[in-house]
Design a protein around this ligand. Structure first.
Ligand SMILES: NC(=O)c1ccc[n+]([C@@H]2O[C@H](COP(=O)([O-])OP(=O)(O)OC[C@H]3O[C@@H](n4cnc5c(N)ncnc54)[C@H](OP(=O)(O)O)[C@@H]3O)[C@@H](O)[C@H]2O)c1
Length: 333
């Protein structure tokens, strides 16, 4: 293992720093003593902007010259951008192209948080690293992500890049994940809204753990050559395991209800965001987990917050507090 560079030589440029993963990356890199150049189109919340070493790079993520100017000195660039689902087809690849050009101009290692879309609708149960599980471009989002990563690979060896693939995000200060929009959205009514059957394994990534993995890989940026694809296992959970964890943390039995997929399907032709959600249903019907053997070769034992602690911290971050005894009786009546 290489000696760590001195703190003054550790600079990361994070694109999408105000996003779900972006916020956790800013926190984790700052804590690890890095200088953090945080790209966002709006000011960061005060508690993030005032962390040690954090500097806001206030510009559009398509503004190549502003990124190259503002990112000077970065050894690592993380593309944590994510256009809304309804804009993926128009914006994902142009944003990725600018990120790639910027990494090349800065001679920085380009890192991308990958997802499991690449494996398509019939994804197998075990998803292996370094291209050992075949990709299937049989959904529009799979095709886009396959293309995005293929362009990164094709730019090697001039471009050095790492994809760190993970399951659905939960935890951290951001909003808008399946965890808060579905599962935890009805807790105040004593219910868990499950997007899938209770006995199907689903890959989740607790964001503070995933962000810590990015830091540990970034510490070894100079050792990466060409294009590398790694996986972060995170928490693989059946619906019933997550349900049990939510009950334990909430301190009361919770009813299990199901996301109204029939309604979502009916509305899909008219509501673009519902259409985008309906396209993702297969991920709740097909059991899957991510194999992380190669990641372990790079960073040793990956960070893994125990499930109950991760769920408790996630609910707290969402401002969700277990109800008082009276409210519990009412919810259960
Ligand atoms: N969410 C998951 O469960 C999950 C799981 C695995 C992998 N991933 C991957 O992780 C990455 C980050 O996901 P996330 O959920 O953390 O993202 P996010 O919170 O949805 O969005 C991240 C940022 O993207 C920026 N953005 C959106 N549209 C933009 C546009 N048109 N132009 C410029 N910037 C734009 C926004 O920045 P501004 O603040 O400037 O508006 C936003 O804060 C994505 O590649 C995603 O596929 C996500």
């Amino acid at each position: 293992m290489q000696p760590r560079p001195s703190p003054h030589h550790k600079t990361v440029l994070i694109l999408g720093a105000a996003g779900r993963l972006g916020l956790c990356l800013v926190q984790a890199f700052s804590k690890a003593g890095w200088q953090v150049l945080a790209q966002a189109r709006k000011p960061l919340a005060q508690e993030i902007a005032s962390l040690p070493g954090v500097k806001l790079l206030h510009c559009d993520a398509l503004d190549r010259s502003a990124l190259i100017r503002g990112g000077q000195g970065a050894q690592v660039l993380i593309n944590a951008l994510n256009p809304p689902y309804t804009e993926w087809a128009q914006k994902l690849l142009p944003l990725a192209e600018v990120a790639q050009d910027t990494a090349l101009a800065l001679d920085a290692l380009l890192m991308l948080p990958g997802n499991v879309y690449n494996f398509g609708q019939q994804l197998p149960e075990l998803l292996r690293e370094q291209g050992r599980t075949p990709e299937q471009a049989n959904t529009p989002k799979a095709a886009l992500r396959i293309e995005q990563e293929a362009r990164m690979a094709a730019a090697a060896p001039r471009l050095r890049s790492v994809v760190l693939r993970a399951g659905d995000f939960f935890g951290g200060p951001g909003r808008g994940s399946w965890f808060d929009l579905s599962l935890a959205s009805q807790l105040h009514k004593g219910k868990v809204l499950h997007p899938g059957p209770m006995n199907v394994a689903h890959a989740w990534a607790y964001l503070p753990d995933l962000a810590e993995c990015f830091v540990r890989l970034a510490e070894r940026h100079a050792e990466f050559k060409g294009h590398t694809r790694l996986h972060f296992s995170g928490h693989t959970l059946q619906g019933q395991q997550l349900h049990q964890a939510l009950e334990n943390v909430w301190g009361q039995p919770l009813k299990a209800s199901t996301l109204p997929w029939g309604l979502i399907r009916l509305g899909a032709p008219f509501v673009p965001s519902w259409r985008a959600i309906a396209e993702m249903r297969y991920l709740w019907q097909r059991p899957h987990r991510l194999d992380e053997q190669e990641l372990r070769q790079w960073i040793g034992e990956p960070p893994h917050t125990p499930l109950l602690q991760a769920v408790q911290e996630s609910l707290l971050a969402l401002g969700l507090q277990a109800p008082t005894t009276d409210a519990k009786k009412e919810a259960l009546a």
